[in-house]
Ligand binder design. Sequence first.
Ligand SMILES: [Zn+2]
Length: 107
Amino acid sequence: MADESGSARDRVQKVFAWIAEKWKGPRQCPICAQERWSVQELMSRLPTVSQESGINLARGYPQILVICENCGYTLSFNAIVMQIEPADKKPDQQETGERPAKESARG
Ligand SMILES: [Zn+2]
């Protein structure tokens, strides 16, 4: 499983690079005003909801969560827009991970 863990770390590094490029304003948490953010190695997914199929956990939008280390306030970014995950990747091909990365996104 060393490859998955290495790949998860690569993804976290890509996320921090993406944030550094895109986040133009102050990087303070809107709740507690601190600037310590961590990136979850484990990808999240917003389920789709429709009248026909109800809540569908198998299909949805891959998300990268960026979490305030002080209060837990969470930013959610679409991993496809971030080009972290390809648009045609199936949910069962997702990597799994356990630990949040302990790096700061301080600017
Ligand atoms: Zn906070």
